[in-house]
Design a protein around this ligand. Structure first.
Ligand code: SER
Length: 871
């Protein structure tokens, strides 16, 4: 079976067991502050486990794109060095939400592996949770008993909390787990060492392929466990490892999942791949792995950048570039060339790789170009260092290379070795540790546990219709971040919109009915499906009923901008093409910002056309139409959806004229477009390779802009005393150019005359032709010109000029080169002395220097001082 068939059989198997097959959620997580990237198949179902969302399908299966490069599950440094860890990987999973439990999970896993995939029973080992005193949990007898029906007890191993109690992060749903390990060593090796002793011991050929988690608990911030409302199953099987086992390979990279990339890299570098520990082999694995992580992230809308998730992606990309650069001798961009192979290979299962193909390629190429440039600069810096500094390489310098030029220390070590020196590693590690400590201190956040006031979990959002509603506080918690305390509140229902889809969260107040005391709500965000209200102060009494009141004026402005964003999106697709896809959006009360895929500048004519269409749609006063429909129906309607967005099975479709703008959107909108009033684009530019950004204003903000531009124009009319501002300005520019040209001619003539005059005043002092004079020209450029002309025409020149330029004293010193060389004259140090007389400062080179000052009366004494230098 090739990898595509292996994936398909998994999904078909669980379909036959009445599972609903769902698409992979995006790998880049939006709307969850506790997680940057999907690191397990269960992430998208976290709300279901916690009981925050209703269960629609009790049985689900999928393949999920995961990325383990940050937080609790971080494999980055292993990747490529070994043969079975990855940054991005697919996790095949089956779930039960409060439906089947351990028995079925175990029976089906066994059936699939041994009957469908025909993995030999003699190669399988099972681990079960041995229990934990710390958490007060017993040995998982049930799991053990179910396994014993399939496999001999000799092959069942007890595992500790570290290996057999699965947790998503420091907090969240968790439970005991049972892992399936496979021994793929040769028979001879198996006879030598018992496979059982190698389980969970980092052996590359005795590896875990599947983890069955029996979710029963929620880990809280105080480290205690609380029972979940129901029992669930979460399983995750490493797809790439499964392919290795089924295809009888010894390394994930030898399967068809990675071979095409490795073959390409091998051909390009002229180095044979031999699956060894040698650096070129490691490099090919690193690149084959990282390529997928980067491409999938870009397809999900996460571009490389300098902060947050974007920075993680940038670092992965740079790691791949460095390995290629150092060990395969790739000095030009190369990763982008692999993207076509990737789209061919995985595009059927993940269509975003096809639809975003051009963008992925372009973004990767641009990143590569810019990083290779940095690397080159770093190497120049390294060479400078080596040529000046004898002995070993300072750890602090290695850290500078790491921090500023992205040099991993192994690259610096490699360069050091080539120069027969070493890097002071202890110092380097200290510097690195210091930086880590600093960044940890800067981001640390201390989140308390929720304190329950009333039962009830799901917050109903009533803010599409209401801006005002009676509410109760269900729970609250304190969050300390950077020394500031904030409070978070969950209500039974709320009119406050929580930040999402680019629209910022609502602000407003909660007013306690009994005593009219109020608290300000400063922001609203969603966390694991729950709407969380942020307050800077706590009400004294949290019980009783409150009135929640959204800041109406602000909400209206936000809605203007949000609806205008939809009108803009549709106009862009009309004017510049349907390749335009939303890549980011920000909608607040001030303005709107829209990022979209497009490869060239949007021209002024296109901008004008787009504005015209949007303003027409505003004047048409099109009524808002909102429908909640199944996702397939929405697609049929032609709704524009972000690729890789995670949607429930029903979606909200926002339409302004079914022939103009239909979008999947959870945001709030104007009831008819006329309310937007006016739309005006204020800027257009690039944000990254292949991504443009438009910023625009609506309503009174747009009006204010136009008014201020018009009043500027009126002022200009007054100043220019004409109605034809354009013509008049053009005339002025022309006149100015003519006059400047005339002045230049006059100055040239003046310089010529001055030069003759000055030459007549030459005094020969000790073999030096000295000219020390005041000169009457009001232009620094002209004096410079004069000085350089004299330098060309008078031998052994020593020229000091004093002049007044725009009311300020100025001194110029010009000395013939031979005097500088032979007699040690230095215009720079002379000028510093002379400048004191005019209360100023200056500098320059040994043959030419100038100074400006504040005391015009000092010019004479400066020249006198100059006169004494030669005698
Ligand atoms: N959540 C478990 C894991 O990631 C099983 O899917 O290993």
């Amino acid at each position: 079976m090739d990898s595509n068939q292996i994936r398909k059989s998994f999904l078909e198997f669980f379909k036959s067991k009445e599972h609903n097959i769902v698409a992979s959620a995006p790998m880049v997580v939006k709307n969850d502050p506790t997680l940057m990237f999907t690191n397990a198949g269960m992430n998208q179902f976290k709300d279901l486990f916690l009981g925050n969302a209703p269960i629609k399908f009790p049985r689900v299966a999928d393949t999920q794109k995961c990325l383990r490069v940050s937080g609790k599950h971080n494999d980055l440094e292993e990747v490529g060095v070994d043969t079975y860890h990855h940054t991005m990987f697919e996790m095949l999973g089956n779930w039960s939400f409060g439906d089947y439990f351990k028995k079925e999970a175990i029976d089906w896993a066994w059936e699939l592996l041994t009957e469908v995939y025909k993995i030999s029973k003699d190669n399988i080992y099972i681990t079960v949770f041995e229990g934990s005193k710390e958490d007060g949990l017993p040995f998982d007898q049930d799991a053990y008993d179910f396994w014993k029906k399939h496999i001999s007890p000799e092959r069942i191993i007890n595992g500790s909390k570290k290996d057999n109690f699965w947790e998503m992060g420091d907090t969240g749903p968790c439970g005991p787990c049972s892992e399936i390990h496979v021994d793929i060593r040769d028979e001879a090796q198996k006879r030598l060492i018992d496979g059982k002793t190698l389980v969970n011991n980092d052996h590359p050929q005795v590896i875990e392929i599947w983890n069955l988690v029996f979710m029963e608990f929620n880990r809280k911030a105080d480290n205690s466990l609380e029972k979940l409302p129901a029992k669930h199953v979460d399983t995750g099987m490493g797809f790439e490892r499964l392919c290795m086992v089924i295809q009888g390979k010894k390394s994930n990279y030898d399967t068809d999942v990675f071979q095409d990339y490795i073959k390409f890299l091998s051909a390009k570098s002229g180095i044979n791949y031999s699956s060894s520990d040698a650096k070129p082999d490691v490099a090919m694995r690193v690149i084959a792995d990282h390529l997928r992580a980067i491409a999938f992230a870009i397809a999900d809308g996460q571009l490389p950048s300098n902060t947050g998730a974007g920075y993680v992606i940038r670092r992965i990309l740079r790691r791949a570039v460095r390995y290629g650069y150092s060990f395969l001798d790739f000095k030009e961009p190369f990763i982008f060339e692999l993207t076509d192979i990737l789209s061919e290979k995985m595009g059927v299962e993940f269509p975003e790789l096809i639809s975003q193909r051009a963008l992925i390629k372009k973004v990767i190429q641009e990143e590569e170009i810019s990083f290779l440039r940095t690397l080159d600069k770093g190497i120049v810096r390294f060479q400078e260092y080596i040529s000046k500094t004898p002995g070993n390489i300072d750890g602090q310098f290695a850290f500078e290379l790491y921090d500023t030029y992205g040099f991993p220390v192994d690259l610096t070590q490699l360069l050091a070795r080539e120069n027969k020196v070493q890097v002071e590693m202890e110092e380097f590690n200290q510097a690195l540790q210091k930086q880590k400590d600093r960044s940890r201190a800067a981001t640390s956040m201390d989140t308390g546990d929720w304190i329950e006031l009333k039962p009830g979990r799901e917050t109903q959002f009533v803010g599409y219709e209401l801006l005002n509603s009676p509410v109760e506080i269900l729970r609250y918690r304190t969050v300390k971040s950077k020394g500031k305390e904030q409070y978070q509140l969950v209500l039974n229902q709320t009119p406050f919109y929580s930040e999402s889809g680019g629209q910022i969260g609502d602000t407003g107040i909660l007013k306690r009915t009994e005593d009219n005391t109020t608290i300000n709500i400063v922001d609203t965000k969603k966390e694991n499906g729950v709407i969380v209200h942020y307050a800077e102060k706590m009400p004294e009494n949290l019980l009783g009923s409150f009135q929640a009141v959204v800041d109406k004026k602000k909400r209206t402005l936000i809605e203007n901008n949000h609806s205008a964003t939809h009108l803009l999106h549709a106009a862009l697709r009309k004017v510049i093409g349907t390749h335009v896809e939303q890549k980011g959006s920000l909608v607040n009360e001030e303005n709107l910002r829209f990022d979209f895929s497009h490869f060239s500048k949007v021209t002024d004519e296109q901008i004008a056309e787009i504005e015209k269409i949007v303003n027409e749609k505003i004047r048409d006063n099109i009524a808002l139409n909102v429908q909640v429909v199944p996702i397939d129906k929405a697609r049929e309607m032609g709704a524009m959806a972000l690729f890789g967005e995670k949607y429930g099975d029903t979606v909200r479709v926002v339409t302004f004229d079914k022939d103009y703008s239909i979008e999947l959107c959870g945001g709030t909108h104007v009831s008819a477009t006329g309310q937007i009033g006016l739309f005006k684009i204020v800027s257009e530019g690039a944000v990254a390779a292949g991504i443009r950004r438009i910023e625009a204003l609506t309503a009174d903000k747009a009006e204010a802009l136009i008014n201020s531009e018009l009043s500027l124009l009126n002022n200009l009319r007054d100043v220019l005393k004409t109605n034809d501002v354009l013509k008049s300005t053009e005339n002025l520019i022309q006149q100015n150019a003519d006059l400047t040209a005339q002045i230049e001619v006059l100055i040239r003539e003046k310089i010529k005359a001055l030069k003759t005059e000055l030459k007549n005043k030459i005094q020969l002092i000790n073999g030096v032709n000295s000219i020390i004079e005041t000169v009457d020209i009001d232009s620094a450029d002209a004096i410079k010109d004069l000085a350089f002309q004299l330098r060309g025409e008078v031998e052994n020149l020593f020229f000091v000029a004093g002049s007044i330029i725009k009311g300020k004293p100025n001194i110029t010193v010009m000395i013939a080169d031979n005097l500088v060389k032979e007699k040690g004259f230095n215009a720079g140090s002379i000028i510093r002395e002379l400048a004191k007389e005019i209360q100023g400062g200056g500098g320059g080179q040994a043959f030419y220097a100038t100074a400006g000052g504040n005391n015009p009366a000092g010019i004479n004494s400066a020249l006198e001082k100059a006169g004494k230098i030669l005698v």
